[in-house]
Design a protein around this ligand. Structure first.
Ligand code: GDP
Ligand code: IMO
Ligand code: MG
Length: 429
């Protein structure tokens, strides 16, 4: 019996969706605990691709899927996702998709502020996804947020929307020179969402804790990645929630002693979408080749992902911050055919070898990656099913990652399909 957290170790898009979908086979419940519909988690099953933005990636395995209190939810996006799944024969009804009554709503003014602020900032922009995530968490922190519990009480909802829209319109018009919004229209639109979503809304802390008490296994699905965490990431080039494993407890209403395993998903190289520091970034034809072969385009926004070598400075940071008990290495097949591979083992800051990932962006910008070089492999590894069958240079690369991170590798992924996975240790077994 185990309860397992999955988190991204880099800057997101590590392949969390694929691994969650795979491990969900042995779980009873899959829970999203933070973020919003910025996440783009891809699963490829039976030759078909599915991308989940809000609904946990356990939905294809027909498990109970839960959107925790820590998530900010755009109801329009959620309904679209439910309908899109339903059109493909996948049920996400009130019996298997539950939403926390304490989860906050993303409102139209959050999206409007997100876009207008990015435009206002010009070349100083964060490169947000424009989905209103930051402004929604901002209202939650300043205690002006609107929760599902409010949505289900029309009078409370109407009053809250009217008060806040007044203030948002003032800010949008006078500071951001942007269009304003109509409170009545929003109220009408959201009442329609309330009617459809009400049967899904419940106290998910009770649901999850009861399940654990009854011996069920729960998989907690992190979104984004460790270095996009609002506290520990490359602030301010981060998302607006805590993406770390520790937040699975707050964002789902469970105690820390309920967690047994924390798996960090590691892409076999590094990528980043949007602005922000990236020490091991590649600007040459190797970076281009990885971007092309790895199809590194954002699953939510379609933006080209920046690519670089594997960086074990950030991985060691992730191991410590999340208390990782094991790693899942993904997209290893993308490195097929490279003559050599580099691993960033440290950061050189003005001649000094930094032991820990720095908080100062000024220091980070001045850091030069210290690399060690390993031989590559020419074989196509995407069909390999057993660790022993990997070419020796693949084994050496994996061994070196485990050594540099001081963390065992439990899962290796060599393709987007479920079957293209070597599970050395199943956390639920
Ligand atoms: P997530 O946000 O962490 O769930 O990752 P994304 O879904 O945004 O991006 C990962 C992409 O890589 C998706 O298109 C996956 O289908 C794909 N993928 C996942 N694992 C592998 C793998 O081992 N090899 C290859 N070639 N593609 C993979
Ligand atoms: P998954 O779960 C990669 C990035 C955005 C931007 C920054 C802030 O698929 O790994 P926000 O809209 O959150 O205010 O944007 O964070 N970002 C992601 N990058 N994968 C994600 O999610 C991301 N979610 C946010 O590109 O730079
Ligand atoms: Mg993604």
């Amino acid at each position: 019996m185990a309860n397992v957290i999955i988190v991204g170790t880099q800057w997101g898009d590590e392949g969390k969706g694929k691994i969650v979908d795979l491990l969900a086979e042995n779980a009873d419940m899959v829970v999203r605990f933070q973020g919003g519909n910025i996440a783009g988690h891809t699963m490829v099953v039976g030759g078909e691709q599915f991308i989940c933005h809000l609904i946990p990636s356990g939905i294809l395995q027909e498990k109970t899927c839960i959107i925790g209190n820590g998530v900010v939810v755009d109801p329009a996006v959620l309904l679209k996702e439910i309908d899109a799944l339903s059109a493909r024969g996948i049920d996400a009804g009130p019996h298997n998709l539950k939403i926390c009554e304490k989860a906050h709503l993303i409102m139209p003014y959050h999206r409007q502020v997100d876009h207008a602020r990015e435009k206002f900032k010009g070349d100083k922009k964060i490169g947000t996804t424009g989905r209103g995530i930051g402004p929604a968490y901002e209202d939650k922190a300043t205690r002006r947020g609107i929760r599902f519990a409010d949505l289900l009480e029309p009078e409370v909802f109407g009053e809250k929307v009217e008060t806040i829209v007044d203030e948002k319109n003032f800010y949008l018009k006078n500071y951001l020179s942007s269009d304003t919004l109509d409170a009545e229209k929003i109220i009408e639109e959201y009442q329609a969402y309330a009617q459809r979503l009400a049967p899904h809304v419940t106290n998910i802390s009770v649901v999850i804790n009861d399940a654990i008490k009854n011996g069920r296994q729960v998989l907690f699905e992190g979104a984004q990645g460790t270095h996009l965490d609002i506290d520990h990431g490359t602030y301010p080039f981060v998302t607006s929630s805590n993406t770390l494993a520790g937040n699975a407890c707050c964002g789902a209403g469970i105690g820390p002693k309920k967690i047994d395993v924390v798996i960090g998903i590691v892409k076999a190289y590094t990528t980043r979408v949007g602005q922000g520091p990236f020490t091991a970034e590649l600007f040459d034809n190797i970076g281009d080749a990885i971007q092309k072969k790895g199809a590194e385009f954002g699953a939510t926004t379609g933006r080209r992902r920046r690519c670089g070598w594997l960086d074990t400075v950030i991985l060691r940071n992730s191991v410590r911050l999340n208390g990782l008990t094991g790693l899942a290495i993904t997209k290893l097949d993308v490195l097929d055919g490279l003559e050599y591979l580099k691993i960033c083992t440290g950061y050189d800051y003005q001649g000094e070898l930094l032991e820990h990932f720095p908080a100062s962006l000024k220091i980070l910008a001045a850091c030069k990656p210290v690399y060690e070089t390993l031989p590559g492999w020419s074989e196509n590894i995407s069909g390999i099913k057993k660790l022993e069958d990997f070419p020796v240079n693949v084994r050496n690369y994996l061994d070196r990652i485990a050594e540099l991170t001081q963390t065992p590798i439990h899962i290796i992924s060599v393709g987007a399909y479920r079957e293209q996975t070597i599970v050395l240790k199943n956390p639920f077994a």
